[in-house]
Design a protein around this ligand. Sequence first.
Ligand code: DC
Length: 210
Amino acid sequence: MPLVVAIDGPAGSGKSSVSKAVAERLGFGYLDTGAGYRAFALHAINNPDIPLEELLKSFDYEISLDPQKAQVLLGRVDVTSEIRTQEVASRVSEFAREPRVRSLQHQDARSRVALCGLDGVVSEGRDLTTVVFVDAGVRILLTASEEVRLQRRSAEKTESTENLKARDASDSKVVEFMAPAEGVKLIDTSHLSFEESVAAVIAEIERSRA
Ligand code: DC
């Protein structure tokens, strides 16, 4: 098994950009588990009249573990950008709440990591430290104050403040990712630069290997 670095945190905490940079610098794979939920939401949006059970059966997607690409395919279509639209962001929690969607995503994340053949994988999401990779070599909760998270998202212009707040409120009813579980290292990036955040995560990985 590769070394698993499991990173959870709310939207706008910086976990995607930090996780990607850490994976690149260490030569590890990068698994964005949120992309799997987003791809499922897009599949459901594209097929509005199909029941959930059928959507689950016809859901065919791929996520590249290359941190520079992090490409997402739905069927054969590259949806890497399309899963970041406001529409997907506003509907994704609705599907992420479904136990059958969650269990499919959990199995997929575990098998992608187990079969990747890499030395390590940095995986990010909401329930990796508590459910999916509870035995991960490194478990981190990356957070930031709500004010900072909203500022970061508005600078990116990828999601409205209202949606981000609603999504975090809805997602945290399903899994706890605002406070660290036992044994999970809390890194608050509110007052850290991007480089300092990356260094803090790498230091944690080095500590676990020492
Ligand atoms: O990380 P993200 O914003 O791309 O995640 C999109 C949605 O997927 C998020 O609103 C909640 C859900 N999600 C989840 O429930 N569990 C995960 N491990 C990752 C994402």
